[in-house]
Structure formats: C-alpha cells, structure tokens
Design a protein around this ligand. Structure first.
Ligand SMILES: Nc1ncnc2c1ncn2[C@@H]1O[C@H](COP(=O)(O)OP(=O)(O)OP(=O)(O)O)[C@@H](O)[C@H]1O
Length: 265
C-alpha cells in the first residue's frame, strides 16, 4: 500500500531558475522542502536571492529546472489548472493589466474554480466573498474600481480574492511591500490567524524580518550558499538567521531576536 505523506508541499531535489536560448541560470538547487499543514511560513532572504523565483515555481507560474514538486501528494505537473486553483491561491505584487473591474468583481474571481460555466454566484459564494472582504477590512471599497485603488488597498483586495478562493494553501509574495506599519501588522496578524484558527498553510515572502521572527511557525531562509527551513528558535540557535545578510551595517542580536544597526565605532 502506498503511504501518503502529510506534507502539503514536498519537493525532491528541486532546482529553480531561468533558461534562455543560450544558457541556464540556476538560482537555487537541491531544494528538499517538506511542509506540514497549518503553518505560517516566512520566506526570507536578501534582494535578488530567489524568493519570487521559488514561489513562482512552487505555484507553477514558471517551470522547475529540475526535480519534483508535490502539492497534497499530487505531482504539480499532473495537476490541471482547475485542481491547482482549488489547492492553492497566490498573491503576487505585480500590478494586474488595467481593467474596469470593481473590487467586488475582483474578489469574486476567487470563486471561479467553484462556479458553473455561467459563472453564477450562489449564496455560498457570496458568503465567502463577504467574509474575505471583512477579514481584510476592504468592505468599504466594494464598489470602487480596480484603477481607483492605492497600491496598499489593491494588495489587501488581492489577499481578499485569495481568501475567497478558500484553498488550504495560500502563497503570498511580499504582500506588505506597499503597506504602512499599521496595515503591515494587520496583514501579518490576519495571516497568523488564518493559520491558527482555520488550519490554513501560508507561505509568505517578506522583508519584514523582525515581524517574521516573532510570528512565523517556520522560516525558510535563502542565502547564496544554501536554503534552510525550520523552527525560528532552532535556526537562530544554529546561527542560520545571522547569515542572512553579509553586511557590516546590521547584525543579528540573538537576545532580542532582532536585526539591529551595528555600532559604527
Ligand atoms: N524573468 C527572469 N528572467 C531571468 N532572470 C530573472 C527573471 N526574474 C528574476 N530573475 C533573476 O533571478 C534572481 C532572483 O530573482 P527573484 O526576483 O526571485 O529574487 P527575490 O529574492 O524575490 O528578490 P526581491 O527581494 O528583490 O524581490 C535575480 O538575479 C533576478 O535577476
């Protein structure tokens, strides 16, 4: 009998990167990720290290260079788009193409995998949409047009769309990049709540390192030499966190569990 793993995401010797006609640019290789359900994971690493590339590969937005990815024990390559969109939702930072959609219509798109061919929304769909708007504090924007939203408002609406999609796994690429401190905290608190109260698995790439250290159940750290994952305290104790930046300007204070500015003297 085949024993199925409990991992919502599992990778075998995954390599990520880009292929052009002339060459292969490998960003990271031999990634063996195993993630259990119900965790808030923060993916950390300096600019250009490959966080977006990893998230785009895990979500089939771009192909893996090598290796395998399993989502809920199913090989990503064998998942069709409908089943993929019932398994995971994705929040990217890139602006969508210009459109006339209202916030309601944008969030309603999250229900697309569940609606019939006419796309008629049921009471159940409306319930998911309204709850998603409430959870992200965007109900007041419901009639606004996409192009009228600030970057921060749009980010929250896109999170609402992912919530309306009601998937076990939600993957977000720098969701707080355009948010002020208050809204950043609000977003992270919401993500944590979704993991704790609703057993959602959330993977979020972020530069909010100090927040990640406080809130994440697990960290994924990308450095030029390796990829490590694990509980925050274990990674701190094993000196992985302080290797995130090769910089004289900041250092990691183990007692405070924070990066602080280095003494210039
Ligand atoms: N479409 C692309 N084609 C070729 N190379 C790319 C492409 N997109 C990104 N890269 C390269 O891949 C590397 C990793 O980029 P990526 O965007 O994944 O980093 P990141 O960790 O998300 O960075 P940031 O924190 O700045 O958003 C970079 O060297 C980047 O130049």
């Amino acid at each position: 009998m085949k024993v199925e793993s409990k991992h919502i995401i599992k990778t075998n010797n995954l390599s990520i990167g880009y292929t052009s006609r002339k060459e292969v640019n490998t960003i990271a290789s031999n990634l063996n990720i195993q993630l259990k359900k119900g965790n808030l994971v923060c993916l950390l690493g300096k600019n250009g290290i490959g966080k977006s590339t990893l998230l785009r590969t895990l979500t089939k937005v771009q192909p893996a260079l090598n290796g395998e990815i399993f989502i809920n024990n199913q090989n990503l390559n064998t998942l069709n788009n409908l089943n993929l969109s019932k398994s995971l939702s994705l929040v990217l930072t890139e602006r969508l193409p210009e459109s006339n959609l209202s916030v309601f219509e944008l969030v309603a798109l999250g229900r697309q995998p569940y609606t019939n061919w006419v796309g008629k929304l049921t009471d159940n769909d409306l319930q998911f949409i309204n709850t998603a708007l409430e959870q992200t504090n965007t109900t007041h924007l419901i009639h606004s047009r996409y192009y009228e939203l600030s970057d921060g408002q749009l980010q929250k609406v896109l999170i609402a769309r992912a919530l309306a999609q009601n998937t076990d796994l939600i993957i977000l690429d720098e969701p707080t990049a355009h948010l002020d401190l208050h809204h950043t905290l609000e977003t992270f608190t919401l993500l944590k709540k979704l993991a704790v109260n609703f057993n959602k698995t959330i993977i979020v790439s972020t530069h909010e390192i100090n927040l990640a250290l406080q809130l994440a159940d697990e960290l994924w750290l990308m450095t030029p030499s390796n990829f490590v994952s694990g509980k925050t305290n274990t990674l701190i104790a094993n000196n992985y966190v302080n290797q995130l930046f090769d910089s004289n300007l900041i250092h990691f204070n183990k007692t405070l569990k924070q990066f602080t500015i280095s003494n210039s003297q």
